[in-house]
Design a protein. Structure first.
Length: 460
């Protein structure tokens, strides 16, 4: 068949206005926000690639299902519907709704983690790390070496380093490892997938030491698509079969329905162990709500139940992964350094490589993110030393491994011309990269500082 453009497999049913702030308005917004893009108002942003979380468009079927949401406080029909969908997909009987992924993390780690313990993960997402550390435990990242090198070409750069996992277990002792977690896809490591082969190896190690194995499954469907297209033996499997095989290897999952649940809010904590689930439910009631709604409206549960089916449609996943790759190719073909291969939900620009004149102590990825907004109103997010640097008590800092700017693509929201515009902005900033200068932090919080820190430009 001749090559055909992979088109958006949907037509637009309701539209939202995009504001077009002028250059001087963007400059004023930057100053007001202390050069922190989290401080911008939505009407100051032209294309918002801050996150793919909760920012997608729901389908007509999801909106329709919301109309039959059952708002019963206990035993809601909508919960039963969602429970059935989740159990069918994961094979796990204990299905606990939460208001979003980090609520699942907080509840799980409050139950299983204690001071002195170590939680291995390929790469912890920032809220996952914060929730582990909040319990006094250590969050240890054990992704394979290729996963730390933006330009290393490998089909599964999110894989866990099995040797490092074994070393950690023998160093720490299995009793101080409450669970092993693998994040699919590996968001903080460039949205890179994990192979089924690697998940099987993690499972085998966990079996050997009798340690529970959990998936952070936020982007499970995107991971399944990468397995289908990259791992030997899976090209004829449906995304659902692959996802089921992934879940069959795990003892439990944390999940943010704001990603591959195709919903605007919601999360899940799902597991096989009824005893741990009972403890989790007791905590859930304290802060989230009764176990059949977990802090969500019944209509939200309906939207997630439908979303979990739609996200596994082949046409959707093919378009989804291709549209991210399309932006990545435009950047790479113009010589802009990016994490390669493209991630599932985002393109990650490599600011360390693009801005060698800015030392890591002056936050090159922050500088690049600010400049993309200044140039074209495109909002990405810094994933570098602002987010993941280690701040010591004396105020000194260890930089993060990588200095990335993530351009996360909301699901079913932007069209190809929006993506073309984003590429134009990236290329325009890259063309004058050598003139960019760094930033210093003038105000910061002690937890998750990237959300609220204020910056000042360092004059060139
Ligand atoms: N785990 C991963 C891998 C995530 O990417 C996120 C959220 C969470 C857990 C927490 O889920 O937001 O529902 O509480 N990631 C968003 C992002 C915020 O922009 O990448 P949540």
């Amino acid at each position: 068949m001749p090559y055909r453009t992979i088109i958006e497999p949907f037509k637009i049913h309701s539209v939202q206005h995009i504001d077009m702030p002028a250059a001087e308005d963007r400059e004023a917004a930057l100053q007001r926000a202390g050069y922190n893009l989290f401080g911008l108002h939505a009407d100051e942003v032209i294309i918002d690639l801050l996150t793919d979380s909760g920012t997608g468009s729901m389908s007509a079927a999801q909106w329709g299902a919301m109309m039959i949401g059952d708002e019963s406080y206990a035993g809601s029909r909508s919960y039963e519907r969602l429970r059935g969908v989740v159990e069918g997909l994961t094979g796990m009987p204990e299905v606990i709704p939460t208001h979003q992924g980090r609520a699942s993390e907080r509840i799980l780690f409050s139950i299983v983690a204690q001071p002195g313990m170590v939680v291995p993960n390929n790469t912890h997402f920032d809220t996952t790390r914060a929730n582990v550390e909040f319990q006094g435990a250590e969050a240890r990242d054990l992704v394979i070496a290729e996963g730390r090198d933006p330009s290393a070409d490998h089909p599964f750069k999110g894989n866990m380093d099995i040797g490092a996992l074994r070393e950690t277990i023998s160093e720490v002792g299995k009793d101080r490892i409450p669970l092993v977690m693998v994040t699919v896809t590996n968001n903080s490591g460039g949205g890179q997938p994990v192979s089924l082969e690697n998940l099987r190896e993690v499972r085998a190690v966990c079996d050997e030491y009798d340690i529970p194995f959990y998936l952070d499954a936020c982007r499970f469907a995107e991971n399944a698509w990468f397995i289908k297209t990259r791992e030997d033996g899976y090209s004829e499997h449906s995304p659902r079969q692959i996802a089921q095989e992934m879940f069959a290897l795990a003892d439990g999952i944390t999940f943010s329905a704001k990603k591959d649940g195709l919903a605007n809010i919601g999360g899940l904590l799902v597991m096989r162990d009824a005893e741990v689930a009972a403890q989790c439910r007791n905590l859930l009631i304290l802060t989230e709500g009764f176990p059949t709604y977990g802090g969500l409206a019944g209509r939200d549960l309906e939207a997630i139940a439908v979303g979990l089916d739609e996200v596994l449609e082949e046409g959707y996943l093919q378009y989804r992964i291709r549209s991210t790759e399309y932006l990545a190719e435009k950047c790479r073909d113009a010589g802009v350094p990016i994490v390669w291969p493209a991630g599932g939900h985002a393109v990650y620009l490599d600011a360390k490589e693009l801005l060698p004149q800015i030392p890591q102590s002056e936050y090159p990825a922050q500088s690049l993110a600010v400049e993309l907004y200044r140039d074209g109103g495109v909002r990405g997010v810094e994933i570098g030393s602002v987010m993941f640097g280690t701040v010591h008590e004396d105020g000194t800092e260890d930089p993060a491994q990588m200095e990335l700017v993530r351009l996360a693509i909301p699901r079913r929201t932007y069209t190809q011309s929006h993506v073309d515009y984003v590429a134009e902005v990236v290329l325009s900033v890259a063309a004058r990269a050598s003139s960019l200068t760094g930033y210093r932090i003038v105000e910061q919080a002690s937890w998750l500082r990237h959300f609220t820190a204020r910056f000042a430009p360092i004059a060139g």
